[in-house]
Design a protein around this ligand. Structure first.
Ligand code: SF4
Ligand code: SF4
Ligand code: SF4
Length: 320
């Protein structure tokens, strides 16, 4: 058992036994060794189900609203940033939460893993990130591969592997990753001509089946009824078509500008593989350049598009 898993189990048990919290939300093993799933633990003897490794993908901030009693939650860097934004937007009360922060080595991208020579996904029994390597265990066989080839793109450019917000930290702090990787998608879009950009997004949005899995997976999409689903007033018809899809995606992107924490849950949820972060990262890079704001990094920072400051530049005001 890895040391982080061991410590999380211990702390969850202590918090429940001492009745400091009513429940603990963390991760447990999924149906296969390369998957995990959220775990909702209310009894000390359930704590042995908890795990933490490079398969713990879901952003657990998504499960915190309207919970009864104080909740302890395991947070990676991107989960903690989501909690910070949700607290700032009055969706969560900080005093109702106990944040078990875990510095995060990154998530293994199972699509990249499946495409790797010598790896049989169905035979994987354990996955771990150790320094610059991903260690793939397939029964007795162990394969070490470069992490730069196998981690998810959002993790390779992660600005906050160590949770900025936490009540306790399990493990050594991990410094921010490659800034250039964070901007890579945004820079790629920036380098396109308007015609190329139009063609790129038309191709992507044209494939959308409007299943709303991206909305459901995103901790920042908490409206009771999404503007893209509501009937009165109706902003977008429910028809699946390029114009409707475009309206949905542009509307959603604007709602997320300055709020997206870059967790990649939307990309992972999409059944047709639309790179949603392409748009959201572009807007995140814009809000960073214009307002010096990275969502969820400063616990008292209001989203930049809902706040005006006396020093805002003309360019920034135009963006509002
Ligand atoms: S985005 Fe950062 S904190 Fe989130 S899973 Fe990837 S490396 Fe971990
Ligand atoms: S838009 Fe995607 S990357 Fe951004 S917070 Fe939502 S799920 Fe995470
Ligand atoms: S998850 Fe993908 S297919 Fe479904 S609504 Fe979102 S972008 Fe469209």
């Amino acid at each position: 058992m890895n040391p982080k898993t061991e410590r999380i189990r211990e702390r969850a048990r202590e918090l429940l036994q001492s009745e400091q919290v009513a429940s603990v939300i963390g991760y447990k093993r999924g149906t296969e060794a390369h998957r995990s799933t959220p775990a909702f633990v209310t009894q000390p003897d359930e704590c042995d189900d908890l795990i933490f490794d490079c398969t713990c993908a879901q952003n657990l901030a998504n499960y915190l609203r309207k919970r009864p009693g104080k909740t302890a939650v395991v947070v990676k860097g991107c989960d903690a940033r989501a909690v910070a934004v949700l607290c700032n937007e009055n969706q969560l009360k900080r005093e109702d939460l106990h944040l078990i922060g875990v510095p995060c080595e990154g998530l293994v991208d199972t699509d990249k893993l499946a495409a790797t020579e010598g790896v049989r996904l169905a035979d994987v029994t354990e996955l771990a990130v150790e320094g610059d390597a991903v260690v793939v265990q397939m029964g007795e066989e162990e394969v070490r591969l470069p992490a730069s080839d196998l981690l998810r793109d959002e993790c390779l450019g992660c600005l906050s592997p160590t949770p900025v917000l936490h009540d306790e930290l399990i493990g050594e702090e991990i410094p921010p990753r490659d800034e250039a990787k964070f901007r890579e998608l945004a820079d790629r879009i920036e380098a396109m001509s308007p015609e190329e950009r139009e063609a790129f997004f038309t191709e992507q949005f044209g494939r959308c089946i409007r299943c709303f899995a991206c909305v459901r997976g995103c901790p920042m999409c908490y409206c009771t009824t999404c503007f893209a689903i509501q009937d009165t007033p109706q902003y977008v018809t429910r028809m699946v078509g390029l114009d409707e899809n475009r309206m949905f995606h542009m509307g959603r992107a604007m709602h997320l500008a300055g709020r997206c924490v870059g967790c990649g849950a939307c990309d992972r949820a999409c059944p047709v593989g639309i790179p949603l972060r392409a748009l959201n990262t572009k807007l995140a890079a814009e809000t960073r350049d214009l307002f010096s704001v990275v969502a969820g990094m400063d616990c008292d920072q209001k989203p930049p598009l809902v706040e005006f400051l006396p020093g805002d530049t003309e360019e920034a005001l135009d963006t509002h």
